[in-house]
Design a protein around this ligand. Structure first.
Ligand SMILES: NC(=O)c1ccc[n+]([C@@H]2O[C@H](COP(=O)([O-])OP(=O)(O)OC[C@H]3O[C@@H](n4cnc5c(N)ncnc54)[C@H](OP(=O)(O)O)[C@@H]3O)[C@@H](O)[C@H]2O)c1
Length: 282
């Protein structure tokens, strides 16, 4: 079994590799820049250059690969750009693809994630679709500075609920699907048991941090202008506005028990996550 993990420098892929390494499972990290990525990778993980849009990089990266963890990089909206790579995966003799998708993919066929899922299904290989909710780790990336510096979160989510997931729990399911049987041709909708409103989420942060963290509820237009003023790239700012508007409309709050069932234990709660990362917002 040879495992290849794409997005190896990213939020989920890096955690998948960390868990594979901790379990003693050999894996190959696919990265665009081996020199830059090497210091960040676990010691037992080998690295290979792979750009999903650069065909000459594919044969060496895919040599001998039997199972693949595949994400859609956020910058690739048109999944037709990934078809050549999928053809190369088949040609390399791989057997199984674990797709990092998104929760709404099961209900929204126009999402690029669903289109990637369909392309993977059409390869004839077996697949596992991981459809996670909102990553709590976003509070350590896009929302970190506003929590740390201004003790606030400003998102146009109104009173809508958000089904959330802790990335290590998501990665644990990815590891199961990459290494064990019984996940062939299944789609998992992965969320923790909680779908907090942003008022509830900031209340949890306030309790853990011991200082008030305020939820500001700007309208979509004001949020977009704020993000642009802070230097968020236009595409990301529009994407974030769309995501939080979906939340405000009440469409992002559905929870499932797939995650708990697969983990065989309760997933991490928002409070667990906040306690573990409190130093990041001090
Ligand atoms: N954030 C959320 O709340 C959330 C929730 C559900 C689903 N998702 C989905 O999760 C996926 C993102 O996962 P993530 O957060 O783990 O990723 P991420 O942290 O945004 O990192 C993106 C990764 O993709 C790699 N990459 C970018 N372009 C590439 C290319 N042309 N070829 C090969 N690799 C490339 C990057 O490598 P470099 O280091 O070379 O740039 C990096 O490792 C997206 O599809 C997103 O929609 C996110």
């Amino acid at each position: 079994m040879t495992l290849l993990v794409t997005g190896a420098t990213g939020t989920v892929g890096s955690e998948v590799l960390r868990q594979l390494d901790a379990a003693g499972v050999p894996a190959r990290a696919a990265v665009r820049d081996v020199e830059r990525a090497r210091p960040e990778l676990p010691a037992g993980v080998s690295a290979v250059r792979l750009d999903l849009e650069d065909p000459p990089s594919w044969p060496a990266a895919l040599e001998g690969v039997t199972r693949l963890f595949l994400l859609r990089p956020p910058a690739i909206a048109r999944t037709a750009r990934l078809q050549g790579f999928l053809d190369a995966v088949v040609a390399a003799g791989a057997a199984h693809v674990v797709v990092l998708s998104v929760q709404a993919a099961g209900r929204n066929p126009v999402l690029p994630h669903r289109q990637l899922e369909r392309r993977v299904e059409a390869t004839g290989l077996t697949w596992t679709h991981l459809r996670p909710g909102y990553f709590l780790s976003n509070l350590l990336t896009v929302h970190r500075d506003e929590i740390r510096e201004r003790s606030e979160i400003s998102v146009p989510a109104g009173g809508g609920r958000t089904a959330v997931i802790d990335v290590p729990d998501l990665a644990a399911v990815a590891v199961q699907a990459l290494t064990g049987p019984g996940h062939e041709n299944r789609a998992y909708e992965l969320t923790g048991p909680e779908a907090p409103t942003w008022a509830e989420l900031t209340a949890t942060l306030s309790a853990v941090l011991g200082r008030p963290v305020v939820y500001r509820r700007p309208g979509a237009g004001r949020f977009l202008r704020e993000q642009r003023r802070r230097g968020t790239p236009a595409g990301l700012a529009v994407l974030m506005t769309g995501l939080y508007t979906v939340t405000r409309l009440g469409l992002a709050g559905r929870t499932t028990d797939d995650l708990q069932r697969l983990l065989g234990r309760p997933p991490a709660s928002v409070a667990d996550f906040a306690r573990r990362h409190a130093a990041a917002w001090q």
